[in-house]
Design a protein around this ligand. Structure first.
Ligand code: ARG
Length: 459
């Protein structure tokens, strides 16, 4: 039984089972970098304010730098027997430096230290997620650019609705993912506020400089209230919120890819590199990656609800329950990064079957709205035109025909307003080309959307 660093009030000897239960090092050791950087800034502040001597500060900073290098080079293994990463670093520092090492924790508590580490960690992770998001948007954009003229049925209720282009459809996802970037960036504004110097909860009697320390660590400001500083986990909730919304988007995209790559649709073919076979059915090419992204969405939602639930009953300030914040957040971080990393090449290498999209577009009467609009433009009230078009569609279904198959004479039996230009008007190309309203499916409108996405990406 190792004697704890906090031995004093108690003997500091705990049951092995209690140790294991209490320990967080198995999951907070991934914050070693932020923990050490945070401690270096703290030592620097203590030295600058004369709370410890300049030489002591330099010794601490130097010692911490060495610990960081040794961990990264593999020379120093993180001891999983320690309670948490904060204790581990301080213990190694003290072993290496003697009494000076024991000065590091002056005017600090693990309560503000852990809040600092997690903020710094999620700040780094948010940047990684944002850059992966940009790569995914880029992959979607390349496919969109190559498919500005690829006509497919647009769906509502998963029923063929109106002709659109594949580019237009993919750009809808670009817009969602751009909002995700915006959400992560906005979340960072509240995350990038330093809690360090809040100490256990009440602040400190030492003449510290929280602003100095925050600045050294790249924060935009400091928490205004020390109790809030150690109790607040909104930033982690917000990170999970952004992650859950992002996963919802990835899941919808995955769902479509799964549908599109089925024999029923055959709109796209995934590269062999992102599919699997079946152990029994030789014909199978399964979209497992897309399915897993869809599946993993649930666990990220779970991470969000888990943390909200952990926090909801907690009195101020720090409670050990808060140690439960990390596993869920890290799980979400890893899941989101993994899903984005697989979605990027999967989209980039996906083959588009424009022929099948066109075929599907030709079969679902998706130009019926345009047929009605034709009559409206010739002076008929919309509701009347809608009814006539519906009747024509019903008749076509009965006779196993499509709107393009009817003769002008047949059209004229429904309304005298029909003329030779009707065929041009209901061609799928015209239906797409004429949807020039802002944000619509016409090539010119889609090109504006592409330009918009490119501008946003370059920001
Ligand atoms: N491992 C702890 C956590 O993750 C660090 C803070 C411990 N603070 C304390 N007062 N026991 O929350």
């Amino acid at each position: 039984m190792a004697v704890k660093m906090w031995a004093g009030r108690t003997a500091g000897t705990t049951d092995k089972r209690a140790d294991d239960f209490n320990s967080s090092i198995s999951f907070d050791s991934r914050m070693y970098r932020q923990d050490i950087k945070g401690s270096m800034a703290h030592a620097s502040m203590l030295g600058a304010k004369g709370i410890i001597s300049k030489e002591e500060a330099d010794t601490l900073i130097d010692g911490l730098e060495k610990i960081l290098n040794d961990i990264e080079s593999g020379e120093l293994a993180i001891n999983m027997e320690c309670e948490d990463i904060h204790m581990f670093v301080e213990q190694v520092l003290t072993e290496r430096l003697g009494d000076v090492g024991k000065k590091l924790h002056t005017a600090r508590s693990r309560n503000d230290q852990v809040a600092l580490d997690l903020r710094m960690n999620l700040r780094d992770e948010a940047d990684t997620v944002i850059s992966l998001l940009k790569e995914l948007i880029d992959a979607l954009l390349s496919q969109a650019k190559a498919n500005k003229m690829t006509i497919m049925p647009g769906y509502t209720h998963l029923q063929r609705a109106q002709p659109i282009t594949f580019a237009h459809h993919l750009l809808a996802y670009c817009m969602m993912l751009l909002r995700d970037i915006d959400r992560f960036s906005d979340m960072k504004k509240r995350l990038n506020i330093s809690p360090i110097g809040s100490c256990a909860l009440a602040g400190t009697t030492y003449d510290t400089d929280r602003f100095y320390e925050a600045k050294l660590l790249g924060f935009d400001g400091v928490c205004q209230n020390s109790i809030d500083g150690v109790s607040d986990r909104d930033f982690a909730v917000e990170f999970l919120n952004c992650s859950a919304t992002l996963m919802m988007h990835l899941s919808r995209l995955s769902e479509e890819i799964i549908l599109w790559s089925s024999w029923e649709f055959k709109f796209v073919e995934l590269s062999d590199a992102y599919t699997t076979g079946s152990s029994i059915m030789p014909q199978k090419k399964n979209p497992d990656m897309a399915e897993l992204i869809r599946g993993k969405t649930g666990r990220v939602y779970g991470d969000l609800i888990g943390l909200l639930t952990t926090l909801k009953g907690l009195p101020l300030a720090y409670n050990k329950d808060m140690q439960e914040d990390k596993e869920g957040v890290f799980d979400a971080v890893d899941t989101v990064k993994m899903c984005l990393s697989i979605a990027i090449p999967m989209i980039a290498t996906m083959t588009v079957r424009a022929d099948n999209m066109k075929k599907a577009a030709q079969e679902g009467f998706i130009n019926a709205t345009d047929l009605a609009d034709y009559l409206v433009k010739k002076g008929m009230p919309f509701r009347t035109a809608y009814k006539i078009s519906g009747t024509i569609v019903a008749e076509c279904i009965k006779r196993r025909k499509v709107l393009e198959d009817l003769t002008l004479d047949e059209y004229k039996t429904y309304s005298e307003l029909f003329d030779t230009d009707i065929f041009e008007e209901i061609s799928l190309e015209t239906c797409v080309a004429k949807r020039i309203s802002f944000g619509g499916t016409s090539v010119s409108s889609v090109e504006k959307q592409i330009a918009f996405v490119e501008t946003e990406l370059s920001k």
